[in-house]
Every structure is written in C-alpha cells, then in structure tokens.
Ligand binder design. Sequence first.
Ligand SMILES: Nc1nc2c(ncn2[C@@H]2O[C@H](COP(=O)(O)OP(=O)(O)OP(=O)(O)O)[C@@H](O)[C@H]2O)c(=O)[nH]1
Ligand SMILES: [Mg+2]
Length: 471
Amino acid sequence: MQTNMFNNDTICAIATPAGLGAIATIRISGPEAFALVAKVFKQHGKPFDTDKIVSHRAYYGHVVDNGEMLDEVLVTFFKAPHSFTGEDSAEISVHGSVYIQEKLLHILIAHGCRMAEAGEFTRRAFANGKFDLTQAEAIADLISSQNEASHRVAINQLKGDFSKELQVMRSKLLEMTALMELELDFSEEDVEFADRSQLKALLQATLDKVNILKDSFRLGNAIKNGVPVAIVGQTNTGKSTLLNALLGEDRAIVSDIAGTTRDTIEETLNINGILYRFIDTAGLRQTDETIERIGIERSYRKIKEATVVIGMLDATNDYESMLSSANDILAKVDFDQQQLILCINKVDTLPDQGEAVLGQLRQDLDNDMIMVICLSAKRKFGLNDLYNALKHNQPLTHPDTTLVTNVRHYEALLHASDSLNHVKEGLEINVPTDLVSQDLRQTIYHLGSITGEITTDEILGTIFSRFCVGK
Ligand SMILES: Nc1nc2c(ncn2[C@@H]2O[C@H](COP(=O)(O)OP(=O)(O)OP(=O)(O)O)[C@@H](O)[C@H]2O)c(=O)[nH]1
Ligand SMILES: [Mg+2]
C-alpha cells in the first residue's frame, strides 16, 4: 500500500537492522519532524527548543515520556531541503535494545507520527527531486551489495553516469521529434525542419548506444546476482556431488540411482571475491517419465542462460561414450557468449587419476575454447583446477563502463531498441512523418521510464516496495 505517499504527513521507522545492537537509529521525516521530536526529547530535564536547531548537528539528551526516562540519546537534525528526503528530518540514536527501539516508535506514533512504508524515505527523496529513479534503485543495490564488483556497479549508478547518458540521448531525440511535429503544422507547405540525414545519423548513434547498454546486462546481471554456472551432463556423472563439494555441505541429494535430481538447484558462492551462481540440473538422458522430462527441459534452458557451462563426464564410463557426451554438450554451447569447462569426474577410480583420458580427450576435441580438467567431486580433488578455469571467466569490469544490472532497465532498453528500429525502417520506406514521430515518442517514453521522468504510481509502488522499511 502506497496510498498515503503524498499526504505530506510525518513518518518514522527504525533504520538499523532488526534486533539487538550496540546502538539503533530511528528515523523521522516530514513537516512535523522537529515538533514531534521536541515532544519527547529533553535536555537537562528541560523541553527542547526547536527554534535553536542547527542543521546536521547532533544533540545529546534524554527521551522522556509521561515523566519517565526511556533512554539517553543523540538526536541529529536535518533541515529541509538539506536532508536525504528533502524534508525536515531527524535521526534519534538510542541504545540498541529491542524494547527501547519499539517503545520509542510507539511513543512517536502516539504523538502523531505514522509508521513508514517500505522504501518511503527513498520515495520521498525521489519525489523531492533528490535523485532520479536509477539512483534510487542504486541505493537498494548498494545496500544489498556483497562484494567489490557489485558495490562498484551500484556506486557508478548512484553517481548518475547512466542517467546522464540516457538524458543526453533522450533530449536529442526530443529536439528532433519536436522539429518533425512542427512540419505537421505546416503540412500544406511541404517544409522539412528536421534534416533527414541528420535524423538518420542520430538514430544510428542512439541505437548503437542503446544496444551497448542492453548488451551490458548479461555482465551486469552476472555481477549483481552471480555469474550463472550450469552443471550439466548425463545422469549419475556426479553433478550433485560437485555442487555439494563446492558448497561444502550436503545441499543436493546424491545417489547411484540415475535420475536423482529432477529439478534445478541453485546456490551462490563467493570464490575469490566473485559471486557465482551454481546450478545443478537434472541429468540428460532419454526418458518417458513426465516429471523427469520437464526437469531435462529445464536443464537445456539453464545451459542457454548460463555464462559458464560445466559439462560433467563420468570416467567410469568407456571412452567412446564419454567422448559422445562431450560432443552432445558442446553442441549446445554458444562459444561467442559462453565458456565450457569439461570435467572428467570420478578420476579417483582410475590408476593414473585420469591423465591418459585427459590427453586423449583434449586431442580428440581439438578445440582451444574448451577447458578440460580431471576431477573427483567425491574425494574433492581437482577443485582448484576448476577454480582456476572459472577465473578465466571473471566478469571484467572497467571502472568507467556503464553496466545495466536491473531487469526493469534492461526491458526498457529492449523496447527502446525495437522502436528505434521501427523509426529507422519507417524513414527508409518514407512512411508519413506523423507515424515516424509516433515511434520516436515511443523511444523517448522508454528511455524516460528508466530514469523516472515518465512513471506511473504503480511502477513506483513496485520499485519502492522492494526496499526495507526505514530506507
Ligand atoms: N568414485 C566416485 N564416485 C562419485 C564421484 N562423484 C560422484 N560419485 C558417485 O556417483 C553417483 C552419482 O552421483 P550424483 O552426484 O548423484 O550424480 P548426478 O550427476 O547428480 O546424477 P543425477 O542427478 O541422477 O543426474 C553417486 O553414487 C556418487 O557417490 C567421484 O568423484 N568419484
Ligand atoms: Mg543429481
């Protein structure tokens, strides 16, 4: 529910994590913020004079309610518009007892404050023009960032470089569209205000930029949610055993019955600062069993979506069937976009620990793009070789490149790219100006929806409800 959003009331919430801590902070924002704090905050036993507030300064005192002292506190005041939300705001730091935190919230609410909804502080900041939508979303990403790479991407987005790129494109298109629409007013006179060759050049430049941003999503998403690594292969090759070995826990069921794993199992793991999303899949084989078949279809889908494919081969099988499984897997890999690591598993059962098979397979496949390693998932050896192979697929990020990490942005860019292509085609076959300008408006709309220049309440509601209360 986001109904009260623009009622201009005063809201409060605990901004620090739930539970016990050394200190906790309660955040208050809105027109009555200072007056509300003054109702409960005392210095040297005397009422606090809000006229004397200096913005961004911390004041020591006590929260007293009904003559009873609740806690010793520090209150920091932020005067509008120089606060996070752009409104008068205060932060009360209390001792981190759960009782104190909740009691203080109750006291504030009893005095007329309203409990904030999820993301409401950030939504108010957005409404007050403190930042645009991509920056608001970057704040959520920053809070949830768990490693250096995802932190860096969130910081870049927060700095607003992505927004600037979009705004420049959008305003150039707007200018051109306005000129075209002016022509419509003079349709009798057959004038051309918008130079068509300039328009074509602008379209191409915009399309190139939009496509670069769109294509960066694969990498951006990998950084944010983990590089997707699909573990695939025939039944009983040891895929689930490998997942468990990587995680160091018995996450997936392992058995010598072929077809044990029916559904995909995903777990993220941080290896040397990079987040990977390992996906154990149902073993590939011919089957009449409906559920297993659905699982196998999912395995194929996961191969498509993965950045890295780990193809599991079983060293206890004869060489010819291993080679044919390897060929089946590599036929499904798109080497322009994906990396394949073939793992000869169960080499603990071979006297030379797989050395001979490894050499033979490398020779027969004769493909530089494929890495082949020996492994025993069960005895946990060869894992280091796997980590090293994965290193070749670290998401490379240049600090200055803009990466799209958000599905909403990605979808808007897809739409923008489609409508730009429409405009281009339209110009080539000389469709009427009003139709071209309609397609241009579509592009402008999609680009504007990313930064929040064009949004509906519903979209905003969905975005901000993903934030935690207090943010
Ligand atoms: N000797 C040996 N056995 C292994 C190794 N890895 C797995 N196994 C055994 O192989 C059998 C199958 O292992 P799983 O991990 O269930 O195989 P899977 O590929 O997930 O099988 P499905 O889920 O049926 O597709 C089990 O009995 C494992 O103990 C290994 O490195 N060495
Ligand atoms: Mg399995």
